[in-house]
Write a protein that binds this ligand. Structure first.
Ligand SMILES: [Zn+2]
Ligand SMILES: [Zn+2]
Length: 153
C-alpha cells in the first residue's frame, strides 16, 4: 500500500509505502503548540518507508521525553510539519494530517490524555495512555488489537 501526502503550499510532496505500525493521537502540550490545536496525529512507519517526491525539508530539533531526541522535518516555504523522528530509532512518525484523505483515518491509540481538553470524549474501549506511552509496549498493544480485529472479520 502506498499513501501520498503534501504540505499546505504543495512544495513538499511525499509517499509512504507499506503498512504503518500504528496511528497515534497525542494531546501533549508540545503537540498542541505544534499543531496550534488540540494535538497531533502521528502515523508510525519503519524508517525507509518515507520517500520525498518533490521539494525539500528543513528540520528543528528539541529534547524529547526521557533523553530521547525529537527532530521535526517541515516545509521551508509554508512551515507545515511532515514527520518527526529520533535519529536513534528505526521508525519515523509521519504527521498524518498531511496525508491525502486524512479524514478517513482512525487512531489506534490516544496518548497524553491528561492534557487533552476536558470536552474530548475518547471512543469506548480505545487504547489510551494518560502520559507518554513506552513505544515498544504501545506498538505491541496496537498490533495485538489489529490482529484481534482482523480475526473478527
Ligand atoms: Zn509547503
Ligand atoms: Zn505530543
Amino acid at each position: 500500500m502506498t499513501r501520498a501526502g503534501s504540505c499546505q503550499c504543495g512544495h513538499v510532496r511525499y509517499e509512504v509505502s507499506g503498512p504503518d505500525i500504528g496511528l497515534v493521537l497525542c494531546y501533549c502540550t508540545e503537540c498542541q503548540r505544534l499543531s496550534t490545536g488540540i494535538g497531533t496525529y502521528s502515523m508510525v512507519f519503519p524508517r525507509g518507508a518515507f520517500r520525498l517526491i518533490s521539494g525539500s525539508l528543513k528540520s528543528h530539533e528539541r529534547a524529547g521525553h526521557a533523553g530521547t531526541r525529537n527532530v521535526g522535518h517541515f516545509c521551508p516555504k509554508c512551515g507545515v510539519r511532515i514527520y518527526h523522528e529520533d535519529p536513534h530509532q528505526d521508525y519515523v512518525r509521519l504527521k498524518a494530517g498531511t496525508l491525502n484523505h486524512a479524514s478517513e483515518l482512525e487512531p489506534d491509540a490516544h496518548i497524553w490524555t491528561q492534557s487533552a481538553p476536558a470536552w474530548v470524549r475518547l471512543p469506548d474501549g480505545c487504547l489510551s495512555y494518560e502520559t507518554q506511552a513506552e513505544p515498544a509496549e504501545m506498538i505491541a498493544a496496537v498490533q495485538a488489537r489489529r490482529a484481534a480485529r482482523a480475526d473478527q472479520m
